[in-house]
Write a protein that binds this ligand. Sequence first.
Ligand code: SAM
Length: 230
Amino acid sequence: MEPEDLESRTPTAVRTVFGEHAESAAEFVAMLASHGVERGLIGPREVDRLWDRHVLNSAVLAELIPEGARVVDVGSGAGFPGIPLAIARPDLDIVLLEPMARRVEWLTEVVETLALSVSVERGRAEEKVVRRRIDVADVVTARAVAPLARLAQWCLPLVKPSGELLALKGQTAAEEIERDRSAVRKAGGGDPRIVRCGAAVLETPTTVIAIERVESGAPGVARKRGRKKH
Ligand SMILES: C[S@@+](CC[C@H](N)C(=O)[O-])C[C@H]1O[C@@H](n2cnc3c(N)ncnc32)[C@H](O)[C@@H]1O
């Protein structure tokens, strides 16, 4: 898809969500549809739904993120939701965290091509060395990375107290919350809430599980372990 397809394929929603940055969003779509497919970052069947299912679906998350926030996007893959967010909201300080070298290389190229002020870090969210390197953020985002319990264990330590984990989820959001509520609490999260974003612009709004970081996580377990050593 060429950037000029912006007008024909994507009407007002793109302008509404990206405003003056709509051309950058179209350039990202064009990169994904060509090199992204060739390099196996997205499947060829995704090309026709890049805008709705991926780019807009990610960018509407901006509704939940405060001005100037520091954001870590865990498991960015081909760039979701971190790249559309960075295009729509240049006020954010965004770090894209991704363990796979091939994807890190792609993300770095996208950031350079679109001249985005975003850092790309290689690593896994649960690694201590990674946590120390990237430090805590106001908001941690993740899409299609892991089931909620694991996501909470990996991501909540990266969230500042009172900050939030925003996990993009599909139809299973309510079930995941029921199943994993106690694991979320153990990992230092508050009561998960389901929020829908982009209702004004998307046929299917984005479903997000929002979890506030309320404590440092499993304090009882940590204390017990500490006592055993002495
Ligand atoms: C299914 S892909 C989703 C990519 C992207 N978020 C999206 O929605 O298109 C999952 C991504 O999470 C990354 N990932 C898996 N485990 C991770 C971890 N422990 N920490 C950070 N990223 C991880 C994978 O390398 C992969 O790129």
